[in-house]
Design a protein around this ligand. Structure first.
Ligand SMILES: Nc1nc2c([nH]c(=O)n2[C@H]2C[C@H](O)[C@@H](COP(=O)(O)OP(=O)(O)OP(=O)(O)O)O2)c(=O)[nH]1
Length: 162
C-alpha cells in the first residue's frame, strides 16, 4: 500500500455531502411533521392574506394560502393544487423565499415552504376562508398571524426576503 496516499486520506476526512432534498422530506414524514407549501401572492407592495374560519383549529388567525403536500407531490405541485382549490386561480409558482419549522402547543409540527407568486390566471375567489385581504407588506404585523408565520411576517414588513 502507498503509505503517503493512506496518510493523505487520513488527513482529509470525507466532507459531508449536501443532504438531498428527498432525504429531508423522508425524515420529516418519519417524525410526523406535516409538510406544507404556502404562497406569498404579490401585487406590488401588497400580499394576499387569509383568515381561518371560526370552526377551524387556530380559529380566526391569519395565514397565507396553501396547504399540506400529498404523497408524491412536489411542494410546487401541492401549492398549485391548493391555490386552485382555495382561491380558484391557476398560479405560476415562483421561487422559494424561505423554509421554516414550528411545533404548535398541541404538539403538532409543520414544515413550511413559502413560495412567491407573481402571476396567476383567473379571478381570486374566496372558497374556504373567513376573510381575504390584500395587505401592504408594512402592515402585516398588525394582523394576528399563526405563530409559525410570525418571523416571516416581521421580515417581510422590514423589507427583507423579497
Ligand atoms: N396554509 C397555511 N398553513 C399554515 C400557515 N402557517 C402554518 O403554521 N400553517 C399550518 C396550519 C395547518 O396546520 C397546516 C396547513 O394545513 P392545511 O391548510 O392543509 O389544513 P388545515 O388548515 O385544515 O390544518 P389541519 O387542521 O389539518 O392541521 O399548516 C400558513 O401561512 N398557511
Amino acid at each position: 500500500m502507498d503509505v503517503n496516499a493512506a496518510k493523505s486520506q487520513d488527513a482529509n476526512p470525507p466532507v459531508a455531502s449536501h443532504e438531498p432534498e428527498v432525504n429531508r422530506e423522508a425524515q420529516a414524514a418519519e417524525k410526523n411533521v406535516r409538510l406544507v407549501a404556502v404562497a406569498l401572492i404579490l401585487r406590488g407592495h401588497e400580499v394576499l392574506i387569509c383568515q381561518r374560519r371560526p370552526d377551524q383549529p387556530m380559529a380566526l388567525k391569519w395565514e397565507f394560502p396553501g396547504g399540506k403536500m400529498e404523497p408524491g407531490e412536489s411542494a410546487e405541485q401541492a401549492l398549485a393544487r391548493e391555490l386552485d382549490e382555495e382561491l380558484g386561480i391557476h398560479a405560476k409558482i415562483g421561487s422559494r423565499i424561505t423554509r421554516t419549522r414550528h411545533t404548535y402547543r398541541s404538539g403538532s409540527s409543520v414544515d413550511l415552504q413559502f413560495f412567491a407568486v407573481h402571476e396567476f390566471a383567473g379571478e381570486i375567489t374566496n372558497r374556504i376562508f373567513n376573510d381575504l385581504r390584500w395587505c401592504d407588506l408594512a402592515d402585516l404585523p398588525t394582523y394576528d398571524f399563526l405563530a409559525a408565520d410570525r418571523n416571516l411576517v416581521r421580515e417581510l414588513a422590514a423589507g427583507k426576503l423579497l
